[in-house]
Ligand binder design. Structure first.
Ligand code: ZN
Length: 150
């Protein structure tokens, strides 16, 4: 049993070793999302996103549920988010700025494209327009915002 769990653990991490799949886990922290929500937030095509979701489902990371016509995805267990956050926290710390990070953790901002509430630390990126800084849930929303600026 002891070794079996390590083998399963390694298999799961292999399935998660993809930046887009990690981003899906990151986005699902706030609850359930539809495929089209995630398409926009991540800036992925549906076929590509569906493939990632299929892998995440197979490994029991996400669960799909139908509500009327829409298919929703949510994390199968909050520990997937906790594990991802714990590792990101170390990475962000190693990248420097512990004080800046502490302030950023307490500030709640709103993604102007999809309305998701996030912290500058959990944001996928930011764009400065004049004195204002806008934060985005995923690379898709950030790209869409930049396209609107030009
Ligand atoms: Zn967004």
């Amino acid at each position: 049993m002891y070794q079996v769990v390590f083998r399963k653990h390694a298999g799961l991490l292999k399935a998660l070793a993809n930046s887009k799949r990690l981003e899906v886990i990151h986005l699902l922290r706030q609850g359930r999302l539809t495929v089209s929500d995630m398409e926009r937030m991540l800036g992925l095509r549906q076929a590509n996103l569906s493939q990632h979701l299929m892998v995440l489902r197979k490994f029991g990371v996400v669960r799909a549920e139908r509500n009327g016509k829409a298919m929703y995805y949510r994390l199968a267990h909050p520990n997937f988010m906790r594990a991802s956050d714990a590792i990101r926290e170390v990475l962000i710390q190693n990248m420097g700025g512990a004080a800046a990070r502490a302030t950023a953790l307490l500030t709640v901002v709103k993604d102007p494209m999809c309305g998701m509430r996030l912290t500058p630390v959990s944001a996928a990126g930011h764009v400065k327009v004049g004195k204002r800084t806008y934060y985005f849930c995923g690379t898709g929303c950030a790209r869409e915002f930049k396209n609107h600026q030009h």
